[in-house]
Ligand binder design. Structure first.
Ligand SMILES: NC(=O)c1ccc[n+]([C@@H]2O[C@H](COP(=O)([O-])OP(=O)(O)OC[C@H]3O[C@@H](n4cnc5c(N)ncnc54)[C@H](O)[C@@H]3O)[C@@H](O)[C@H]2O)c1
Length: 293
């Protein structure tokens, strides 16, 4: 898609972080923006900020764990702007895992898989039939993570599992639209190349009451922000590099302009991780964990 002017872009999880930056990057290129999110405070802020920037936008409450909520978002987008050209299935949470996975509560698994995996499945079910029916050029972009898609980081098993599933779904969606000869392009967005400074490490703020850990407040891992991660890395003598979400959005827009499937930063560090993993499998070597960062 070369021209975003007057295109309608729906962004789940668009009130914060990568989704918010995508809203501005596309809005500044003339797109009309539809944000769906569950964080009322961040939603009010992004609505105000998009308005102040002169970007045509609506911001709706939408819980990606319920397909009906996504269908309502699609209807709101159509009512406000007449159609949909780009969908970003972007909403996601970090589960804040700590300790051994056999001790995690069922609620930890459910919350993360509900948002990260079912959120993508529900988005596909709510929006793909509409994109296909329109017969027009369209983009369906899924925010995955290198952690799960091409490396398995050791400290977040639920999140990693969710993003492994998300990548399999995204690549299959691409194969299916290609095989059907549809004018819909599918892309896999990998925020990075470093840890992206967003609200992901404080996802507990949007954890539903029904899936709260019994008797536990906050994130047990002790990491509630990128600054916490930086501090913890510094204790091991490691300087954690970070990426601003605006850089991720700019990289995504450049890739979309080229109809690229992989919206993935090309850096020596990223390529080295992918190569190391491929080599480990090719040589049947016993896995050793990759480093965060
Ligand atoms: N931050 C990183 O380093 C990083 C790295 C790789 C992938 N990602 C992915 O990027 C995506 C965006 O996350 P982010 O880093 O910008 O974090 P973020 O917390 O800043 O933004 C995520 C947004 O999703 C929303 N959300 C959470 N649950 C929801 C639900 N049930 N329904 C609708 N919206 C919901 C949140 O309210 C928030 O606004 C996620 O899929 C995440 O897994 C992030």
């Amino acid at each position: 898609m070369k021209d975003f002017n007057n295109k309608v872009a729906v962004i789940t999880g668009g009130a914060s972080g990568v989704g918010r930056s995508l809203a501005f990057a596309l809005g500044q290129r003339g797109a009309k923006i539809v944000v769906g999110d569950v964080d009322s405070k961040a939603m009010a802020q992004v609505a105000q900020d998009l308005g102040a920037a002169g970007i045509a936008a609506i911001v709706e409450h939408c819980d990606v764990t319920a397909v009906d909520s996504l269908t309502a978002l699609a209807r709101a987008a159509e009512k406000a702007f007449g159609g949909i050209d780009l969908v970003f299935a972007n909403a996601g949470i970090g589960a804040g895992e700590t300790g051994a996975m056999w001790d995690y509560s069922e609620k930890d698994w459910q919350w993360c898989l509900n948002v990260n995996v079912w959120g993508v499945i529900n988005s596909i079910r709510a929006f793909m039939p509409r994109l296909v029916a329109s017969g027009r050029e369209a983009h369906f972009v899924v925010t995955g993570s290198g952690n799960g898609a091409y490396v398995i980081l050791p400290d977040a098993p639920i999140y990693t599992a969710s993003k492994a599933a998300v990548h399999a779904i995204t690549e299959n969606l691409h194969y299916q639209v290609q095989a059907a000869g549809l004018p819909v392009k599918v892309s896999a967005l990998f925020p990075g190349p470093h840890v992206v400074d967003t609200g992901l490490f404080n996802s507990g703020r949007v954890r539903p009451d029904a899936l709260k850990k019994e008797g536990v407040q906050g994130n047990q891992s002790g990491i509630n922000s990128v600054d916490d991660m930086k501090r913890m890395a510094a204790e091991y003598g490691i300087e954690l590099k970070t990426t601003h979400p605006d850089e991720v959005a700019a990289m995504a827009v450049r890739g979309l302009e080229q109809d690229a499937f992989w919206l993935l930063a090309t850096t020596p560090e990223t390529d080295a991780k992918i190569r190391a993993r491929a080599d480990m499998i090719l040589t049947r070597a016993t896995p050793v964990p990759a480093m965060v960062g």
